[in-house]
Ligand binder design. Structure first.
Ligand code: SOE
Length: 387
């Protein structure tokens, strides 16, 4: 595993727990974790259960006893590490967003295509697909329970940046993060709305906004929780991304990604409205799915709260009996299960790097639209990074 921040902790939990709950054809061994600071990464190895630690990711690429590279670093290093790993014959799991630019994402997708021809696979870590209620939502749409899809509403609201004293962490610096709320949390609602509906965005009209333009410069290398000094630096990414999208089916969607929704902590919500019904997924209530069946007698109609904890629901059979609930962390074990199953069965895991490239193109189109008076901007296979 390359990196050991918040996602490093979550992925470590997934690697450690998945083999104990799922019958995997291959046994993941948590062998090596890599980080820039020898002391910090040694502590992370001890805390999260990795056998060894190192400070140069190339060591993991060169070792013959390492089969899989799990990339949980900021987006500015995804391309270099993933391409080297794939070319060295290592399977790759890479956190979202795939990259910081479309050009980087294209290079990663090309490397993944070449590697897949050799039975080496790459997967993009959009973990929220693997919350059982999200996969169940996808299954309901695919089974036609909503009929024709008319509209999509998706939002991802956080509030960890509303304090001006919050320092200039890497997520606020374009050279490290690629974009702000747009790529960090907007990528999730783009992927999840496409996953649940089976539709792909074809064009967008967007507006990006930076609400607090300068923040205390961070002197330590800490992550989200560090404290800054008195010197201020420029925030070079968006705090809020609002955009309208038109899917390839012609259906309209409305999207909001914000870190200034005071009181909303990790509020990801996708609602799909159709001719026969509707559904709403809410990450802050992740064990249930709101479902409206418009085909039942009018006197009985209303949104029902389906408790997605039956053994017949996705992933649940491996965990607990009905009603015993899963949490945020279980999606990371479900992700490990799907990734390892794909590798051992020789099939392409999803989302693929091609899926990630398409999301990257949507991000770039929103950014380009915002620079051009929110003009409608097409997502094409040629569209590159915004100028
Ligand atoms: C910070 O916004 C963050 O950690 C994102 O980077 C994650 O992708 C999201 O799942 C939770 O919030």
């Amino acid at each position: 595993m390359i990196g050991h921040g918040f996602m490093g902790a979550a992925h470590s939990q997934g690697w450690r727990v998945a083999p104990r709950f799922f019958e995997l054809e291959a046994n993941p061994v948590m062998q090596l974790v890599v980080g820039r600071s020898a002391g910090a990464v040694a502590d992370a190895a001890e805390k999260w259960g990795w056998a060894e630690s190192a400070t140069d990711w190339r060591e993991a690429i060169e070792r013959d006893d390492i089969d899989v590279i799990d990339i949980v670093t900021p987006g500015d290093s995804h391309a270099e590490i993933a391409i080297a790993a794939l070319e060295a014959g290592k399977h790759v799991l890479c956190e979202k967003p795939l990259a910081n630019t479309v050009d980087e994402a294209m290079a990663m997708a090309d490397a993944a295509t070449r590697a897949a021809a050799r039975g080496v696979f790459a997967m993009l870590g959009h973990t929220y697909r693997r919350v059982p209620a999200a996969t169940f939502a996808r299954d309901l749409v695919a089974a036609g329970r909503l009929g024709d899809i008319h509209q999509v509403r998706a939002s991802y609201q956080q509030d960890w940046l509303t304090d001006p004293a919050t320092p200039l962490v890497w997520r606020l610096q374009k050279e490290h993060a690629g974009s702000g709320a747009l790529g960090d949390i907007g990528a999730h609602i783009i992927d999840l709305s496409q996953f649940i509906t089976g539709m792909r965005l074809a064009s967008v009209s967007g507006t990006l906004e930076t609400i607090i333009a300068r923040r205390p410069i961070l002197h330590s290398s800490s992550g989200l929780g560090g404290t800054g000094g008195t010197e201020l630096g420029d925030v070079t990414v968006d705090d809020v991304a609002l955009f309208t999208g038109r899917f390839d089916s012609g259906v309209l969607g409305i999207f909001e990604a914000t870190r200034f929704a005071t009181g909303r902590k990790n509020a990801l919500r996708v609602e799909v409205s159709g001719s026969k019904g509707a559904l709403a997924f809410d990450l802050e209530d992740l064990n249930s799915l709101q479902f409206y069946d418009a085909t039942v007698d009018a006197t009985l109609q209303g949104f029902t709260k389906i408790l997605v904890t039956e053994p017949e629901h996705p992933y649940i059979a491996a965990w607990w009996p009905a009603g015993h609930m899963l949490g945020y962390e279980h999606a990371f074990s479900n992700q490990v299960k799907d990734f390892v199953d794909a590798i051992t069965s020789g099939t392409q895991p999803t989302p693929s790097f091609d899926d990630g490239l398409q999301v990257q193109r949507v991000l770039a189109a929103v950014e380009s639209s915002s620079h051009n008076g929110s003009a409608w901007t097409a997502i094409t296979h040629e569209s590159g990074s915004p100028s």
